[in-house]
Ligand binder design. Structure first.
Ligand SMILES: [Zn+2]
Ligand SMILES: [Zn+2]
Ligand SMILES: [Zn+2]
Ligand SMILES: [Zn+2]
Length: 564
């Protein structure tokens, strides 16, 4: 291919000087199909970094779904008032440079986007090869970089001269070359003027080049869970992309990325608002393979409607279970034997456990029903079948749900349920910041000073413990200290059998409340409240509240003993 600067000595200056580096302008977006030649500028923009305008290098997709080069990420700073999860890479963050977002992102949420990196790498390789081919010497064009004001006939607000080049290989190849040279600002348009060939030649060059690029990258746009084209692609913190529905399926079984086994930080109830789709992949698919995408969406729709009716979750109205905790059940009623057998035979081994509601406390839209509306999906780990058909089953809590509709199937309850998950880690952090930042931070204050004190001080435990403004980590330490004290005092509810069944007291604030609620002798309706809480901080606060109550009761009990 040929490349000659055209009477413009300043043509080689970097586009960085033109593009305001602190606030990338959002791409003029169109989600419709793109024509190889007419939309060449727009197609090349898909490969450009909104920040530096060069073709994306090591692209990183942010939690807001926008992508930019790794080296174009803003400098990170320490994020204050966060104690959970507080891993090193979450304590560092930066303000999102995209005007549509402007949120704080944790560095740990921003890995190189594996799919985009691969796709754009292939595009570059293919274009490098094409530039040396015979075709690429055809289709000579003059390219003029113009902002949208100039194109609309309004005098440009920037008085720099426009950058102009004569390049060959058709519009697509030439515009990409302009971007590679740093002469095409992300938000600028290009005026193409054919020099030697007829327009027809250029269009056929662009058409066949785009086909080559699509063929070369097609396999990279398949999801590794469903092996089909990405449908509503979502990129995880580890940089791997899956269909949104496939992430739901992954999270039903595990919280690890199926490719790299790192923990997924996306809440599985992922609404598009909480976890926006990967915008660049969405644009690539809708712009460059609209037919394949439409066929994929149609197939997914059919698959969904072929699924069992909407009341597809078997429900056992019995007791309170918690995620990650075991529940042991003795199954003797014939209807539940049938239910369990079906769960085992289907290979899915799951059913929902909901708490009996004898007082018929109103459950939202469900009304005064005989069960509580929040439950836990249980996975059958072990089953011991007795000769008379009864069985003992050991289950483990997988995830929480809320019942939307319910009915009866062969005597047992079935329901349409909605999975309940915690808010995202980013929202959790924001919550902690908002709840702890105005509190006076008294680092010397220790919960134990107040509640661990022997009763003969003659004063009731001080209520100054500001549970509402304590950090997640302080609450966790407060709870853990209570368990240690109770253990030292050989509290009967912490018998070794309890540890054998439920394991050691977890230090993870996300897990502790489930364990605590499983072992603490307090009312089930009180513990039930945990199931509807979607923040680690709120659940810990509830546990700490129980402890505070217990401790003050114990204190008065002891005080009375001393008094007599
Ligand atoms: Zn953002
Ligand atoms: Zn960049
Ligand atoms: Zn998929
Ligand atoms: Zn991964």
């Amino acid at each position: 291919m040929s490349s000659l600067p055209l009477n413009n000595p300043s043509a080689l200056r970097s586009s960085i000087s033109k593009s305001p580096s602190t606030s990338p302008i959002e791409a003029p977006s169109s989600n419709g199909p793109l024509d190889a030649s007419k939309d060449a500028r727009q197609i090349v923009r898909l490969a450009q970094c909104p920040q530096c305008s060069y073709p994306l290098r090591e692209p990183v997709t942010l939690p807001c779904g926008n992508s930019l080069c790794k080296k174009c990420l803003p400098e990170s700073h320490l994020r204050p008032n966060i104690s959970y999860p507080a891993t090193a890479n979450r304590l560092q963050g930066f303000r999102c440079p995209f005007t549509s977002c402007r949120q704080d992102h944790a560095v740990g949420d921003c890995s190189v986007d594996v799919t985009l990196n691969k796709v754009l790498g292939i595009v570059k390789e293919e274009l490098d090869g094409y530039k040396n081919s015979a075709e690429a010497s055809e289709g000579l064009l003059q390219l003029q970089e113009r902002d949208r004001w100039a194109i609309a006939g309004v005098a440009s607000l920037r008085d720099e001269e426009t950058r102009t080049r004569v390049l060959s290989g058709g519009r697509l190849c030439a515009a990409y070359a302009m971007a590679e040279m740093g002469e095409l600002a992300y938000d600028f348009e290009v005026i193409f003027t054919p020099i030697s060939s007829t327009t027809g030649d250029i269009e056929s060059l662009d058409g066949s080049l785009l086909e080559t690029l699509k063929d070369a990258t097609r396999a990279e746009l398949d999801c590794q869970v469903c092996y089909s084209l990405f449908l509503d692609p979502l990129t995880t913190a580890c940089g791997h992309t899956f269909c949104r529905n496939c992430i739901h399926r992954i999270l039903d079984h595990s919280d690890l990325c199926p490719i790299c086994r790192r923990t997924l930080t996306i809440p599985p109830t992922i609404s598009a608002k909480q976890a926006p789709s990967n915008q660049l992949i969405v644009k690539l698919l809708s712009g460059l393979c609209p037919e394949a995408l439409a066929a994929r969406a149609e197939a997914a729709k059919i698959e969904e409607s072929n699924g069992v009716g909407e009341l597809d979750t078997p429900l056992f109205v019995c007791t309170l279970s918690f995620p990650t905790m075991p529940t042991f059940l003795h199954i003797f009623e014939p209807r539940y034997r049938l239910m369990i057998r079906r769960a085992i035979e289907s290979g899915n081994r799951k059913f929902g456990m909901i708490l009996h509601n004898p007082t018929r406390e109103v459950q939202g839209e469900l009304g005064a029903v005989g069960f509580y509306s929040y439950g836990v999906m249980l996975h059958i780990v072990n089953m011991h079948l007795m000769p008379d058909g009864r069985s003992l089953i050991e289950t483990i809590g997988v995830s929480r749900f809320r019942i939307l509709k319910h009915g009866v199937l062969d005597g047992y309850m079935v329901g349409k349920v909605e999975r309940v998950d915690d808010i995202s880690i980013a929202e959790e952090e924001a919550l902690e910041v908002s709840e702890t930042s105005d509190a006076f931070s008294d680092r010397h204050f220790s919960a134990q000073d107040h509640f661990g004190a022997p009763p003969h001080h003659g004063q009731p435990p001080s209520p100054v413990l500001q549970l509402d403004t304590m950090s997640t980590q302080d609450l966790m330490e407060f709870c853990a200290a209570f368990i240690t004290r109770m253990r030292e005092q050989s509290a009967p509810w912490l018998h070794s059998r309890v540890y054998a069944a439920y394991g050691e007291c977890p230090n993870d604030p996300a897990l502790f409340p489930w364990w605590f609620a499983s072992v603490l002798p307090t009312s089930e309706t009180e513990k039930y409240k945990l199931l509807a809480m979607t923040s680690v901080l709120e659940r810990l606060k509830m546990c700490a509240g129980w402890i505070a109550q217990l401790e003050s009761r114990r204190w008065y009990d002891n005080f009375l003993c001393y008094a007599y």
